[in-house]
Write a protein that binds this ligand. Structure first.
Ligand SMILES: Cc1ncc(COP(=O)(O)O)c(C=O)c1O
Length: 377
C-alpha cells in the first residue's frame, strides 16, 4: 500500500544532516528548526502564518479554539472522514453537527450543509469544518458563499491535502484557518506525529501560538487554558527537507492517478458512476480542483471480496472509512442513527483505496489493475 523506505533512501544524507543540526543546537521543542520550517511552509503555501503543533488532531482543535469556537457553538462537518474531524470539535467544547456527502467526490455536500443551516438548531451554528478528503478540495465557491451568507467561520481540515488547490488557491489559505497533519502516511509526512495550523488572520495566529503553549504569552503567565501541543525540532527539521520535494511528489501522484484511469479504461471495467454496477467507479478530479491524490479511491459493489482477493495476491488496499462517524460507538451521544446520511453509509460499504505513492512503479500499478480486472471477471 505504501513503502516509505523508497522515499527515505534518496533523502537519507539530507535528513541525517538536518537531524544532526538539531542535535548540535539542542533545540528540541519549537526553537530554530521549527521556526524555519514554519517560515518555509508559509512561503510554500503563500499564507501569512503557519503554526507547527504536535498532530493533525491538535491542529484541528487549535484552529477551532483560536477562531473562538467553544461551548455554546455548533460546528458542521462531514460524517465521512477520520474520527478527529468530529472529536476535535468536541474537544473544543462545541457541538458537532453533520451533513451528508457528495457521492462523486465524497466531500461534504454544500446543499446538505445549507439544509442543516436553514433548519432551526438548538445550539447556534458558528462554523463549518469541511474536509478536503483524499487530497481534493471541497467546492470552495459554495462554501465561501455559505460562510458569507450565514456569517460562519470556515475551518479547513486539510490533513490530506498539502498542495491541493481550488481555482489556483492552495488548501490552507481558503478558510479562516486550516489544519494539516504530517502523520507518516500523509503526502507531506514527518517521522512521527506532527501537524500545523495555517491562517491569514493575525489574531487567530497569535492565539494559536499562545494556546499551543498552555495559554502563555509571557513565560509562566497563563492568560487562557491552552494545552501542550508543540512541534518538536526533529520533526520540523525533517519536514523542512521534505517540503523541498512535495511539489514533485504531488506531480508524481497525479501522473499515477492518470495512469490508473487509463489502465482501467483500457481494461473496459469502468462504470460511469456515481454508484458501481458490475465494474468499478473511478475517482474524479472535479472542475476547479487541483487534486493531489493523497488516496486513489475506487468504488466497487463487492468491495470486501475484492479486498480479500487483492490481499491473497499480496496487494495492499485500505478502506477510508469503513464506519461513518455518526455510527461510531464513541459518538452515539450525538444522537444520529443509521439511515441519517445515506451517501456516507453507502460510500463506507463501497470505497477501496489502491496503492498510490510517488515511488510506486509502473509494473506494480499494472499488477494492481490486472488483479482487479481478474477479480471482476
Ligand atoms: C481528514 C483527517 N483529519 C484529521 C486527521 C488527524 O491527523 P493526525 O493523525 O495527525 O492527528 C487525519 C489523519 O489521520 C485525517 O486524515
Amino acid at each position: 500500500m505504501l513503502d516509505l523506505k523508497r522515499q527515505y533512501q534518496p533523502l537519507e544524507q539530507e535528513l541525517l544532516a538536518a537531524l544532526q543540526h538539531v542535535l548540535e543546537t539542542q533545540q528540541f521543542i519549537l526553537g530554530e528548526q521549527v521556526a524555519s520550517f514554519e517560515r518555509a511552509a508559509s512561503a510554500h503555501l503563500g499564507v501569512k502564518h503557519s503554526i507547527g503543533c504536535s498532530s493533525g488532531t491538535d491542529a484541528l482543535w487549535l484552529a477551532l479554539a483560536s477562531a473562538g469556537i467553544g461551548a455554546g457553538d455548533s460546528v458542521l462537518t462531514t460524517p465521512f472522514s477520520f474520527f478527529a474531524s468530529v472529536s476535535s470539535i468536541l474537544r473544543a467544547g462545541a457541538k458537532p453537527l453533520l451533513a451528508d456527502i457528495d457521492p462523486v467526490t465524497f466531500n461534504l455536500a454544500p446543499e446538505a450543509v445549507e439544509a442543516v443551516l436553514k433548519a432551526p438548531q438548538p445550539v447556534p451554528v458558528r462554523a463549518v469544518l469541511p474536509v478536503h478528503l483524499y487530497g481534493q478540495c471541497v467546492d470552495w465557491n459554495a462554501f465561501a458563499a455559505l460562510g458569507q451568507n450565514y456569517g460562519l467561520r470556515l475551518i479547513e481540515d486539510a490533513a490530506q491535502a498539502w498542495g491541493a488547490k481550488w481555482n489556483g488557491k492552495p488548501a490552507g489559505m481558503l478558510g479562516d484557518a486550516a489544519a494539516f497533519s504530517f502523520y507518516p502516511t500523509k503526502n507531506l509526512s514527518a517521522a512521527g506525529d506532527a501537524g500545523m495550523v495555517t491562517t491569514n488572520d493575525d489574531q487567530i495566529a497569535e492565539r494559536a501560538r499562545m494556546l499551543r503553549q498552555h495559554g502563555m504569552r509571557r513565560r509562566y503567565h497563563h492568560d487562557e487554558l491552552g494545552w501542550n501541543t508543540r512541534l518538536d525540532g526533529f520533526q520540523g527539521a525533517i519536514l523542512e527537507v521534505k517540503l523541498r520535494y512535495i511539489a514533485r511528489w504531488n506531480d508524481r501522484r497525479r501522473t499515477i492517478a492518470v495512469r490508473y484511469h487509463s489502465l482501467f479504461q483500457k481494461a473496459g471495467v469502468v462504470d460511469s458512476g456515481p454508484y458501481p454496477g458490475k465494474g468499478v467507479v473511478l475517482p474524479q478530479e472535479v472542475a476547479g480542483a487541483h487534486h493531489v491524490w493523497h488516496q486513489y479511491v475506487i468504488r466497487c459493489a463487492r468491495r470486501d471480496d475484492l479486498r480479500e482477493f487483492l490481499a491473497s495476491r499480496k496487494i495492499g488496499s485500505e478502506i477510508y472509512y469503513p464506519v461513518p462517524l455518526h455510527l461510531q460507538a464513541a459518538l452515539k451521544d450525538l444522537g444520529y442513527r443509521e439511515g441519517d446520511f445515506p451517501e456516507a453509509e453507502r460510500a463506507a460499504r463501497e470505497v477501496l483505496a489502491l496503492p498510490i505513492f510517488p515511488e510506486l512503479r509502473e509494473n506494480e500499478q499494472q499488477t494492481v489493475v490486472d488483479a482487479i480486472v481478474e477479480f471482476l471477471g
